[in-house]
Design a binder for this molecule. Sequence first.
Ligand code: SAH
Length: 214
Amino acid sequence: APSGRSAALRARMEERLLGARFRYINQQLYTSTGQEAAQLFQSDPEAFEIYHRGFTQQVGRWPENPVHRIVRYLRRRPASLVVADFGCGDCKIASSVKNKVHSFDLVPLSPLVTVCDMAKVPLAAESVDVAVFCLALMGTNLQEILEEANRVLKQGGTLMVAEVASRFEDIRAFMNAMGQLGFKSVSKDLSSAFFHLLEFAKTGPPRRRPAPGL
Ligand code: SAH
């Protein structure tokens, strides 16, 4: 049996390796299309498991997990609102609120997940009151994904975005692009060093393509 010291060293090395593999897969998710991401997870189921363990570990080190902010937000609003959770992961939202929640992800971490690419979700147009992207605005086809959120949202419906602060290159350009995609800013919280929390309302269908600045 390994001595205490070598076991601890091994555990530390394994954690670093897991962290490195998580960062590698995370980077792939942010720099490929949803279809490519789906292929990655299909061809290597371990990649998804490693990604989610790394993700949970990473966000666990933050002072606050943005998904809890979104849950608190939903609890303040009527439980009758229908929610769509794009890139739901382990479905923390669906399992924490009374609302009807449609949970979408590439891989089913929970039985509550509907497996699909979030650029094409199986929901009727204008059927949802609140659309959520919690640390899930990933991929090179952001415009397509946000257009899909616009399609399923009712007029005046809410779009909540929580995203890693360092992912924003130019927040003003981003807000501008969101305006072109039919979303007006309702509130934004840029106070966390880790994530930005942005609330939008749907003003209408996308007005301009392409919308640079995302
Ligand atoms: N929203 C969850 C999980 C965030 S991790 C939470 O905050 O806890 C990002 C999730 O987005 C991952 O589960 C990943 O599989 C999913 N994802 C990434 N690209 C996707 C796509 N094109 N379609 C559906 N889900 C996607």
